[in-house]
Design a binder for this molecule. Sequence first.
Ligand code: ARG
Length: 470
Amino acid sequence: MILWGGRFGDGGGSKATDFTASFGFDRRFFSEDISASITHAEMLGRTGIIKKVESEHLVDALGRLRERVLAAGIPDSADDEDIFSFVERELLADIGSVAGMLHTARSRNDQVATDFRLYLRAAAGRLQEAVRTLRSAVLDLAATHPHVITAGFTHLQVAQPVLLAHHLLAWERMFARDATLIDAAYDAADVLPLGAGALAGVAYPIDSGYVAERLGFARLAENSIDAVADRDFVASYLYAAAMTGNHLSRVAEEICLWNSTPYSLITIDDAYATGSSIMPQKKNPDVAELARAKAGRLLGALTGFLATTKGLPFAYNLDLQEDKEAIFTAEDAILPALHTLAGLIATLTVHSERMRELAATGHSAATDLADYLVERGLTFRQSHEVVGQLVQECETRGINLADADLDLLRATSKLFAAESLERLDPAWAVNARNSVGGTAPDRVAAALAAARDQLNAGAAAWKDRPPPLP
Ligand code: ARG
């Protein structure tokens, strides 16, 4: 069914709609469309734009249609151009010509923007929930390994010892920032465009306030042209998803590294690993690899959609229909990746001894020895030079700085006394770094508690978002 046949002769649009039809994907916001239409029909009745009894007919039929379609499953395809024509055809079959009153005082342009804003509020909730699941798994892993010391890296070289929990909290902080982006995407979507009509507003005494309240929208669109042209809320979700995917890819990469044979810092549970078709011994981190890869698709959805909207003339153009597949692609990429990686993190095994062993390699105590010499009167530049020579001597002898003895230290500087040897212990390095945001155990314990509180507060704030729809 098409909703615009009148001005066309036979076969109008017959070559166009194969290309332009959107039912195949806008079926995904069928429920949101029904909710918006029920509210619109109620409003038409309350304002007297249509008769009360007609409004009730429409509302009842929309409710019946929802039940019927959701029970049977929304069809994958239909002869209808889009979800709106599908709904109107079904209504027509049920209640006859009254069905044709539903489209009074609205256009598909403000209708689609309304439906999609409703959809995106719920999508933001799904994304927020998935991010929360991942954050929670990371915090749990940190909480169950509060004292484990591991290597901290810069340039993929062992740099300084850190607590594993501290490193895991660095992961979690990225996702905490994503949570604020997702909040922002929700807020961007939380505006009612219905009433904008095609672009100029509508010439009926509509009650936008009633519709906004019923659908739980925080604000009304302030300009009808902007209301049907604006897709910033779509870009906002895509940005949040792309950023989350970007962060997820960094975590996934570290999991691949830590799980690799040379590192052997963790073991992925069998349930989250896969094998090789030729090498019987292989156990591969495919889940982490694929999660890492999704960042590309998510970035593509964002940049692709921004390119689509660039230079678009006002107000509505069918280019904007592309927002749907961008969002669905992004959702389908990010949600399973987050949930699966959360499961992988929740079940992996940490090899604490190997972590500690690695933490002591790479002459990782060098900064602490340099600090020791500063305490004994050298400038940091001087102590850096002295310890650099010490490291060079260790390299020549083929030993690690952690295994140096006092004679070797004193051969480089007489300022080294017996107590300097304790600085070679990775635990010393960790305990000493008590600056704000540092890796000292007390700091990390407090940061872990604060992160958990923040996560719980975020979950509580989302409890009633989005509100239930009519
Ligand atoms: N399928 C369209 C979309 O997703 C709905 C609005 C169509 N409006 C129009 N004037 N052709 O944006």
